[in-house]
Design a protein around this ligand. Structure first.
Ligand code: SF4
Length: 76
């Protein structure tokens, strides 16, 4: 499935997911650090260079490579 995760998705809301990491509100997501995005998150399963890809947390949907949520884990 290539359905994009919507910000109104319950899991997205719970994790403050944003399709654009640059629009993350630091007041709501104090763990966010500039430069973090799905593309460099451990849980991101997209192909390098693609604009979207699957995430282990959002089963069956795709997150934006430039997105972010509070479950972010820096890729080792
Ligand atoms: Fe993006 Fe990682 Fe959150 Fe998945 S867990 S939405 S890849 S920041």
């Amino acid at each position: 499935d290539t359905t994009a995760v919507s910000e109104s998705d319950p899991t997205a809301k719970a994790l403050n997911y944003k399709p654009l990491a640059s629009s993350v509100d630091p007041a709501k997501s104090p763990t966010y650090k500039a430069g973090q995005m799905c593309a460099n998150c451990q849980l991101y399963q997209g192909t390098a260079g693609s604009s979207m890809g699957p995430c282990a947390i959002f089963g069956g949907k795709q997150v934006s490579a430039k997105g972010w949520c509070t479950a972010y884990v820096k890729k080792a």
